[in-house]
Design a protein around this ligand. Structure first.
Ligand code: C5P
Length: 410
């Protein structure tokens, strides 16, 4: 796999296919996307199914193809809202003049157009049509509308067209589309910055076989490491015990206890620009670690716990200090508690998550955050942790650069 495409590894790509002769090329495109390690789900418009059968894409993507907006069977499996949330990016290839017009109008009367309204993921489209249709003012104005809304236009290329004419309007080749899609994830907003992230739980030994821990899976921190790397940063991830694969090109340091995590963090803070504490560090540890396995002879035993160092507060009060981001996992008064923590620990930004539910936060693939800084806040509504991580990295980069700018102009 080309190195430039590693940012597609593990990504969820929703491939939208509209009705055009280039739909046959999307069979090869599905293959190329999967070769990068991306997971692909295909949505076809009715017209697209006239050109290539859904069965082709089912075989190539490894998943049933979706084409109906109101289909009781697929709604029971993965409905349109779930599909919209599932996607890290939507790629519409080929994008016909009709589909482009429908998207520009914000229609929601078929599955593909509805998904584009319902997703927070990046949307890219590869126009494919006869050169005169492409040059038409209506098509050009629809594309300008989509660009203004943040859609990424990929191509078209010039050359011989299916109708025999020569000109602009050919869908880009599969390789070019894969490269262009990969670059959507490489934003460069943290290019040249060094980011240090803590993730996962810590384990605090009680005796040689038992420990105190918590339900943190580490997924949020790992997703942040991946997103920061894609944003161009050099990333070091200090991870408590968790069974997750290290994101590509991220330096990982494994630790077990809060004390080990603090030591690893302190060693690296002088060489970091941004510190993100997403680890669920144990607040207390047993006062002593019993040398032998505790026998279950007594009816009751006492365990004395002592406070662990607060890693986040230690970094925030160090000098010189990096830009410091904390997390606040709360089960009540989310914003008030987080704002209090922001001030008390002298943070630049805090991401508060409600951990009272079961389908977000700890152990889940989903999260929702309220991101708070000294004079503002923003909600990141429920989405996959990969999506939330990219959005949070975007906010962190924005506030980090703003602070740097203020420092330089003070
Ligand atoms: O005060 P509280 O534990 O709720 O603060 C949570 C934030 O502080 C998280 O960002 C967590 O990573 C960090 N923290 C830490 N060291 C601790 C406890 C929490 O870095 N001992």
């Amino acid at each position: 796999m080309a190195k430039a495409h590693t940012s597609l590894f593990g990504k969820h790509i929703l491939l939208g296919i509209s009705g055009g002769i280039a739909a046959y090329k999307s069979a090869e495109l599905t293959r190329r996307l999967r070769d990068t390690g991306a997971e692909v789900r295909v949505v076809m418009t009715q017209a697209a199914t006239q050109f290539v059968t859904p069965l082709t894409f089912q075989a190539l993507s490894g998943h049933a193809v979706h084409s109906e907006l109101l289909d009781a069977n697929s709604e029971a499996g993965m409905g349109h809202i779930e599909l919209a949330r599932w996607a890290d990016a939507v790629l519409i290839a080929p994008a016909s003049a009709n589909t482009i017009a429908r998207l520009a109008q914000g229609r929601g009367d078929d599955l593909l157009s509805t998904l584009c309204l319902a997703t927070t993921a990046a949307i890219a489209y590869a126009p494919s049509m006869n050169r005169v249709m492409w040059a038409d003012t209506a098509t050009q104005s629809n594309c300008a509308t989509l660009t203004a809304r943040g859609y990424t236009q990929l191509g078209p290329a010039s050359g011989v067209q299916a109708c025999g004419e020569i000109g602009e309007g050919r869908m880009l080749d599969g390789d070019d589309l894969v490269s262009a899609l990969a670059s959507i994830f490489r934003t460069g907003i943290l290019q040249g910055q060094r980011v240090l992230i803590t993730a996962g739980p810590t384990h605090e030994a009680i005796d040689p076989v038992r420990y105190l821990a918590n339900r943190s899976s580490g997924r949020m921190g790992f997703a942040l490491a991946r997103a920061a790397h894609e944003a161009g940063a050099a990333v070091t991830l200090i991870a408590g015990p968790c069974a997750l694969a290290t994101p590509a090109d991220v330096e990982r340091i494994d630790v077990v206890t809060a004390a080990e995590m603090l030591a690893a963090v302190q060693q690296r803070t002088p060489a970091c620009d941004i510190f993100i504490a997403s680890a669920a560090v144990a607040d207390y540890r047993p006062a002593e670690i019993i040398g032998q396995k505790i026998k279950k002879s007594a009816a009751e035993i006492q365990l004395t716990l002592v406070r662990n160092p607060d890693i986040l507060a230690t970094v925030a009060t160090s000098s010189p200090r990096p830009f410091v981001v904390g997390f606040a996992a709360e089960t009540e008064a989310l914003v008030d508690n987080a704002r209090d923590k922001l001030a008390r620990k002298q943070l630049d930004l805090i991401a508060a998550n409600d951990v009272s539910g079961t389908d977000i936060g700890f152990g889940s693939d989903y999260n929702a955050l309220q991101v708070i800084w000294p004079n503002g806040e923003q909600s990141l509504p429920r989405a996959r942790k990969a999506t939330i991580a990219r959005q949070l990295i975007g906010l962190i980069a924005h506030h980090y650069h703003k602070k740097q700018h203020e420092k330089n102009t003070a």
